[in-house]
Design a protein around this ligand. Structure first.
Ligand code: ARG
Length: 463
């Protein structure tokens, strides 16, 4: 059994159930690297400030860096009986270098130590998450570029509506993902404050140099109130809120792809490598991966709720409840990273069913707004034009005919402004070409957006 950092004051040993219930080593071991780096900066400062002898400071740093090497290479064996990652490393250091190790925790508490560890961990995770998101955006952009000439029927209320470029639809995903990235980067600004030196919650009487530790660890600022530093986890809530919104976006992309891969839509084919079969129906090829992505939103929203409820009404300063912020945080980060990675690869394997899509955009009801705008350009009021096209569409549907087969005299019955040239706009390309507003599905404008995204994403990328 690992030695307790606070055991001496205790008249008797803690119950085995207490040990099991309070231990966080199973999950906080992932903070090991940051815990050690934080300790190294702290102890360097203690030496510089002559709070502990320089020699011992160096001895501790040497011991910590050899533990760090093992952690980074995956050789480190965590002690399952340790209370948490802090005590695990402290005990190991003591075993390694002896008495000097006992000075490491000078002017520090696990309360400010854990606040530091999570902030360091999150800064690094946000870099990964934004990088993964950029990779997905790039995969979507590549897919859009190679299918630039594909026009799909767009839907509102899941009812066929108007023609759009597939690329335009895909760029909508990229826009949303960009805002998700910016939300995380914005949260990172508030995470980038160094809490160490707040100690248990009131600071310390020892002559520490917090600014030095801040610089050593590459933080932008210092937390300015020791009670707030150990007390608040609003930055975790911010990250989880950002991840929740991101997961909503990812679930909607998944849903589009699920719909598009059905026989009824038949827009795309999802590669076998991202599908599963049925144990009873031999013909099935199910988009389970996409369904699990869609379903994961529930888990991530749950993680956010879990931390929000954990924090509600907690008395100020440190409370052990705060230990429970980590499992939901880690779960959300792991899940989102998995989804981003899967999506990035999956997008590279989607096959477009070009012929099936082309047959769908023959439906001339897709061009009703173009007909309305045709009349508006001739001077007809919007309301009147809507009525004229409405009655044309109704009559054609009743008779089961296309608008394009109407003769000139039949067209004129609806409006004297119609002439035969109107038939030229009753096709998918004409429809998208007619759009001209900024942000619309006009191919020239969409192309410009794609070029802009390609530049922007190349700059965003670390790889
Ligand atoms: N494991 C705790 C956490 O995650 C940190 C330890 C603080 N414990 C204490 N008794 N002060 O928040």
């Amino acid at each position: 059994m690992a030695k307790k950092l606070w055991g001496t004051r205790f008249a008797k040993k803690t119950h085995v159930l207490t040990d099991k219930f309070t231990s966080s080593i199973v999950f906080d071991q992932r903070l090991a690297k940051f815990d050690i780096l934080g300790s190294m900066a702290h102890v360097k400062m203690l030496g510089k400030q002559k709070i502990i002898p320089q020699k011992e400071s160096q001895q501790i740093i040497k011991g910590l860096s050899s533990i760090l090497k093992n952690v980074v290479s995956g050789k480190f064996k965590f002690d399952p009986s340790a209370e948490d990652i802090h005590s695990n490393i402290q005990e190991l250091l003591t075993k390694k270098i002896g008495e000097a190790a006992e000075k490491l925790h000078t002017a520090r508490s696990r309360n400010d130590q854990i606040a530091l560890d999570i902030r360091m961990y999150l800064k690094s995770e946000i870099d990964d998450l934004t990088e993964f998101t950029t990779q997905l955006q790039k995969a979507i952009l590549k897919f859009a570029t190679s299918n630039f000439k594909v026009i799909i029927p767009g839907y509102t209320h899941l009812q066929i509506a108007q023609c759009v470029l597939l690329a335009h639809h895909l760029l909508a995903y990229i826009e949303g993902l960009e805002r998700d990235k910016q939300r995380l980067l914005d949260a990172k600004k508030r995470i980038d404050a160094m809490p160490l030196g707040s100690c248990a919650f009131s600071g310390t009487g020892l002559n520490i140099d917090r600014d030095f530790v801040k610089k050593e660890l590459g933080f932008a600022t210092l937390t300015a109130n020791s009670i707030d530093s150990v007390s608040d986890r609003d930055f975790i809530i911010e990250v989880l809120a950002g991840l929740s919104i991101l997961s909503v976006h990812l679930s909607r992309i998944a849903e589009d792809l699920i719909l598009w891969s059905t026989k009824e839509f038949n827009f795309i084919d999802i590669d076998f490598s991202f599908c599963t079969g049925s144990s009873i129906m031999p013909h099935k090829k199910n988009p389970d991966i996409l369904e699990l992505i869609r379903g994961s939103v529930g888990k991530i929203q749950g993680d956010l709720s879990s931390v929000l409820i954990l924090m509600k009404g907690l008395p100020s300063s440190y409370n052990r409840d705060l230990q429970l912020d980590k499992p939901p945080l880690f779960d959300a980060i792991d899940t989102i990273k998995d989804i981003l990675e899967i999506f990035t690869t999956l997008f590279g394997s989607i096959v477009i069913e070009k012929e099936a899509i082309a047959s769908k955009v023959l439906d001339e009801s897709l061009f009703s707004v173009d007909l309305v705008e045709y009349l508006i350009k001739k001077g007809v009021s919007y309301r009147k034009a809507h009525d004229i096209v409405g009655s044309m569409v109704r009559d054609c549907l009743d008779k089961g005919i296309n608008i394009s087969i109407l003769s000139l005299s039949q067209l004129k019955k609806y409006s004297p402004y119609f002439n035969l040239e109107v038939k030229k706009i009753l096709n998918a390309w004409a429809s998208v070409n007619l759009k001209q507003s900024f942000g619309s599905t006009n191919p020239g404008l969409v192309k410009k957006q794609m070029v802009a995204w390609s530049r922007r994403l190349a700059k965003n990328c670390r790889r």
